[in-house]
Design a protein around this ligand. Structure first.
Ligand code: NDP
Length: 240
């Protein structure tokens, strides 16, 4: 039986590449998204991967969404916490809403998705929880106190939960991408983007598929001894 995977924010950008790579690796994939119905419809038409709409920021929506996926596709054995947003502002201008929105999606969302799936993974003695953090959660970034805090929180969550899951056959890992060519980065003004690329030793942005391949590896049986770890994939921009 193919394993079932949920990819949050799985219809665009890095998440779409992850959904496609997991499907190609033989998984049954459910791609979650929040609100961009057109992108989700196009993704579903192009890939045949079923799409499910709910916000990871809301616990009950996650629990209900997961129940629907499991009714349709079977028990979820692989969770990829990929959904994320930015609401950048220097701290003196950051609003409470910008702080809260980012925390609710990028950190609470990881709890909201992992918690309803955790007991099922423990009972079945197998699970993979893979969370997409960020280089900016490792090093901090100007105008991203909210995003850096949430993404650093994702790493702490990963290290703690790995200890709890280990005896139950559940691995919990994080990936910290550097700058990847997706809508999130292409929305940055071109001049700023050129400045970013100048700071990347390999001289280019990363590709979403390069992050997806890390996910496929961490999800595999071959990665069973890797837990609590963070894969840094940033073109040499920052060494942990
Ligand atoms: P995109 O903005 O291209 O896509 C984000 C995806 O997340 C979309 O599918 C979006 O859904 C979904 N999403 C946003 N909010 C929610 C929510 N509340 N509930 C469910 N889904 C949601 O992002 P990227 O592909 O660039 O980023 C993916 C992840 O990688 C994020 O966690 C990001 O922080 C991280 N990352 C990205 C980097 C980059 O350079 N791009 C670098 C380091 C980390 P919808 O389509 O409905 O809007």
């Amino acid at each position: 039986m193919p394993r079932t995977a949920i990819v949050t924010g799985g219809t665009r950008g890095i998440g779409a590449a992850i959904s496609i790579a997991l499907k190609e690796a033989g998984y049954t994939v459910a791609a979650n998204y929040a609100g961009n119905d057109d992108a989700a419809r196009n993704f579903n038409t192009e890939t045949g991967i079923p799409v499910y709409k709910w916000s990871v920021a809301d616990y009950d929506s996650c629990a209900n969404g997961i129940a629907q996926v499991e009714a349709d596709l079977g028990p979820v054995e692989v969770l990829v916490n990929n959904a994320g947003i930015t609401r950048d502002a220097p701290f003196h201008r950051m609003t409470r809403e910008q702080w809260t929105d980012v925390m609710r999606t990028n950190l609470d969302g990881v709890f909201n998705m992992t918690h309803p799936l955790w007991n099922g993974m423990r009972e079945r003695k197998f699970g993979r929880v893979i969370t997409i953090s960020s280089i900016n959660g490792q090093k901090g970034q100007f105008a991203q106190a909210n995003y850096s805090a949430a993404k650093a929180g994702d790493i702490g969550f990963t290290k703690a939960l790995a200890q709890e899951g280990a005896r139950a056959g559940i691995t919990v890992n994080a990936i910290c991408p550097g700058y990847i060519a997706t809508d999130m980065v292409m929305a940055v003004p071109e001049k700023v983007r050129e400045g970013i690329i100048a700071q990347i030793p390999v001289g280019r942005l990363g590709e979403a598929a390069e992050i997806a391949r890390c996910v496929v590896f961490l999800a595999s049986d071959d990665a069973g001894f890797i837990t609590g770890s963070t894969i840094t994939a940033n073109g040499g921009q920052y060494f942990v």
